[in-house]
Design a protein around this ligand. Sequence first.
Ligand code: SF4
Length: 293
Amino acid sequence: MEVRSMNELLEICSSEQKSISEIMLMMEIEKSGRNEEKIISMMEERLLKMKDAVDSGINDASTAPSGISGGDAVKMYEYVKQGKALSGSFISDAMTYSMATSESNARMGVIVATPTAGAAGILPGVLFSIHKNSGTPFKDLVMGLFTASMLGYVIANRSFISGAAGGCQAEVGSATAMAAGTIVELKGGTPQQVVNATALAMKSLLGLVCDPVAGLVEVPCIKRNVIGTSIAFSAADMSLAGIESRIPCDEVIEAMYRIGKDMPRTLRETSLGGLAMTETGKKVKERLFCRKS
Ligand code: SF4
């Protein structure tokens, strides 16, 4: 079995009468030669690693070795716990868990790249928020990882998933799109609604540049992960409400590819443009590496 586009994926789901996560599981069995039990247990391990990163992040207020990030997940966690968050519980918890994961990454902790380390906070953010707020069991979250994997697989094969190749639209954009689709499947949406949410989320981040300060995956990466979770929930809600993307998902992915190709090198993880070249961004780099930009 090969899945080369979202349209093809929808056709397979329809002919097999299966969900996107089930199709991904079938494909993985076929490609890897492992049995279902083994593949699910490997995915469970990844979910538990994600949980460890979240737990570590919400309990550790230390700064990263760079000194430019750390401690914000604890602040967010306390703020949400006090009932002060303006966003609803799904989004505010997802923001907290996403920040916790991304801060763990900055501290060199173990994370699961979904699809990359820079964008690793978004998927666990939404998954553990759904677990907390709607009681979705871990076994369903594991299947959610298969949904996200399939969406990421198609995006990666048709476009980019790294900031160096296509800008942050390819990293945070892809992760947000994967998370949006995953939320929809976990909440009982159809494969068409999953793909639609993927398109809605990705569209909202097209053109986002990759401009990490001092070349470190911290500023603006961590906060982009946090905000990615709210976009994922917004896209999922729109799709579950029956609102469609006017541009089909495969065409949105193609647009992301073309935009990435047009994006100058200075805005593709070189730290030669955008926020990295602001006055403060340059000072941070100078302080960390003791030389002028
Ligand atoms: S700014 Fe660049 S390094 Fe940071 S998350 Fe986005 S793509 Fe990754």
